[in-house]
Design a protein around this ligand. Structure first.
Ligand code: FES
Length: 169
């Protein structure tokens, strides 16, 4: 009988992983759909979830981590509330995306793929997002913002920080 009690990975309740595994049990070939479902649920692949999947599918953890690392769609760390994707495709590069990357990294104090300590922002450099006429362009949680300059990126970050600021007591 399956133990449906919630297992906890730090703050992450991994009971959902058990539900997914119950559906795919003994289906080693289903590793990608399992990882996709788990990531959709948590926003990333918690370590405890990977351990549970590894154990259930009898697949070495290192192999599972290798599979997850191979595909760009999978994240091993939690993402921030706002995913800032800075396009570094050719059109955006020509219009100065490297400076936007530099400025964003400086304002957030993170590098590519990292999340700010307050878990508000994750920054990523990405290939062309198909909005070249707006270059240079970034997306904030899939909403495109074009013709961006240094002031523009600063305004976006300040505005989002203000909106999420905890009111002083
Ligand atoms: S190169 Fe940036 S949107 Fe195409």
């Amino acid at each position: 009988m399956t133990n449906m009690a919630a297992a906890v990975d730090g703050e992450v309740d991994i009971a959902y992983v058990r539900e997914v595994l119950d559906k795919y049990q003994d289906a080693r070939g289903a590793v990608i759909p399992i990882l996709q479902k788990v990531q959709t649920h948590y926003g990333y692949l918690p370590r405890a979830a990977l351990e549970m999947i590894s154990h259930t599918l009898r697949m070495p953890l290192a192999h599972l981590v290798g599979v997850a690392s191979f595909y760009a769609q999978f994240r091993m760390t939690p993402r921030g509330k706002y995913m800032m994707k800075i396009c570094c495709g050719t059109a955006c590069h020509v219009k100065g995306s490297a400076k936007l990357v530099e400025k964003t990294a400086e304002l957030l104090d993170v590098n590519h793929g990292q999340t700010t300590r307050d878990k508000l922002f994750t920054m990523e450099r990405v290939a062309c997002i198909g909005a070249c006429s707006l270059a240079p362009v970034i997306t904030v949680n899939d909403e495109a913002v074009g013709y961006l300059d240094m002031e523009g990126i600063e305004d976006i970050i300040h505005k989002l920080r203000d909106e999420n600021a905890i009111a002083p007591k």
